[in-house]
Design a protein around this ligand. Sequence first.
Ligand SMILES: Nc1ncnc2c1ncn2[C@@H]1O[C@H](COP(=O)(O)OP(=O)(O)OP(=O)(O)O)[C@@H](O)[C@H]1O
Ligand SMILES: [Mg+2]
Length: 449
Amino acid sequence: MKILDQTDDGASSTLSYAGLIERIEILRSTLRWSSRLERADIDKLLRQASSLRDEVMQMSHRERFVQAVAEPARADQSRGARRQALLERSFIFEGTFGDNPRLLEALEIAEKAAPTDLPVLVDGESGTGKELMAKVIHANGSRADKPYISVNCGAIPDNLLESELFGHRRGAFTGASADRKGKFESAHTGTIFLDEIGELPLAGQVKLLRVLESHEIQRVGSDEMIAVDTRIVAATNRNLRRLSEEGKFREDLFYRLSVIHVTLPPLRERRDEIPLLVAYFGDEAAGTLKRRPVRLTPRLRDFLLTYAYPGNIRELRNLMYRISCLAGDTADIDHLPVDMRPTPAGSGAQGGAAGSGGGGATVSNLLSLADAKRAASDEAEKAFLERGLHEVGGTVAELARRVDMNRSHLQMLLKKHGLHSKDFRRQGAQPGGRKGDNDEDDAEDLEAG
Ligand SMILES: Nc1ncnc2c1ncn2[C@@H]1O[C@H](COP(=O)(O)OP(=O)(O)OP(=O)(O)O)[C@@H](O)[C@H]1O
Ligand SMILES: [Mg+2]
């Protein structure tokens, strides 16, 4: 379906949902950096734009499902094309960045699963984005405007578990001073996210299985059966199949929960995304901390590109916030936590503060030869772009002409490396650049941000 769009000159044209959402996104990024509005006004307008975007997303979700089924993803498509195809089907990324084929595959599965009510099991190491994926599934489904309730199964004491999930009647046990709804009832018509499902004790597993079979719950201390309509997304960083083989997790529950099974790869297996994530979280931290994005010395950049990230994306995000908070204009190795700083022999980031940190990063924390080559190639690409931008005084259009590269591809590469054309602008003359080019570039910087 197309939406009739009234243009400035009164003519009407058709605009897809994706086009509409893209326009809202451009409006939001422009707003975010507005220098003429008060912060409070910006926040208010941002909230309005976000809710408008959510409404459009809602309107489009049925159409997207039909398209997703009609146009199965082709593994031989390029990553850019696969991500673009998701975008064109108005897929809601909820801030999920990256176009590594394994991440794209997970997103494509999420897209197909979202509009159904089938249970989804998301697994992967700590910090790989399991909770984010649960939100993506909720946001892309027909329940997006209904409750999304998250329960951490590992954090509830055994004796409170049943009451927490299913509620209780007044007087059901000591301390139950009033009737109380459980999480399943709160999630009625929406989605319940059962986090750390692998930690659920066997008694809790039996009760959960019963709910999955009957779609009914019973509050503790009550005989009444209450029908609940909740979509279940569960997550774990453990291997549930192995746990079930060891008798620690009910096999029947495992199969019930994992009708759709999504595994998120650790960051060290999608290293190609690190430069993009460094740039993204650097910008995000700058926004939160109300400062300019921090610059990285080459040796810190080397370190960030080659580190093994046992805590995955969360660790990378926390690092960028730490660095942005502690550094002045430029961050270096000594802004890393002491126990993480590379020892002189440990990486390409030698000298300086390195070595002061005692048991710093070791070779086992670092990447394979192939990854090291990729990181070096990334560095060369970045150096090339920096030199080019410097030569053309920060005029992206001119650089694109000189290196014979498509301008939007060039913009994408600049974004990947966290380069801002305006940082290379010179006062006065713009060699080779047409007048006005810089203004266009500014607009693109905003869109890219
Ligand atoms: N692909 C991604 N793009 C951008 N941000 C991401 C991505 N994946 C994860 N994040 C961010 O990383 C952080 C950790 O993600 P999340 O909490 O979803 O991980 P998790 O797998 O649930 O971790 P844990 O197992 O420790 O609970 C969050 O801030 C999340 O927004
Ligand atoms: Mg989590």
